[in-house]
Each structure stands twice: as C-alpha cells, then as structure tokens.
Design a protein. Sequence first.
Length: 100
Amino acid sequence: MPLTEKDVRYVAELAHLELSDEEVRQFLPQLDSILQYMQKLNELDTEGVEPMAQVTHAGEESSAFRSDEVRSTFSPEVALANAPEHDGRFFKVPRVIERE
C-alpha cells in the first residue's frame, strides 16, 4: 500500500514536528522509500542468524562497561544546592511537552 500525505503528517505529529505542505510533499517519497526498503529486509531469511548483543564490542558473557556496584550518592540537599528552582525534594523545570 503506497504511503499518503496523511501518513506523513501522522508520523510528523508523532514526532512533534510541524511540516509545511511543501515539506510533506518532499518527505513523502523519502519515507516511502525507507518503508519499501524495510519491507525488503523483512523478506530476508534470518533463521539461524545469531542476535547481536552489542554493536560496540564482541558479544561477551557480560557486556557491562563497568561493574555494577553500590555506591554512595548525593544527598538531596547537595544535589539541589545549585538548582535554579527546587521544592526541597525535586528539581523544578519548565513544562516542555504541551499537547492538546
């Protein structure tokens, strides 16, 4: 099923992007091409292909970059000492997601 401008606008909305009509027309064939390529990849036989654990290094027994140890942390007072705004327990930040 070919991609439509409505589909591009829907994906843009999910990504919180505002696209002009020209941008929608520009990105439509690009997004459609990506999805067609993904469909081709889905047709590949991956039976017997081992999953990769990490792309940055060979798959080892443990792929952790450091040992998992309990360490002391900052007290709330120290963590909030240089915060522009806080309520004594949490950082106060401006709202960044405004959806209707």
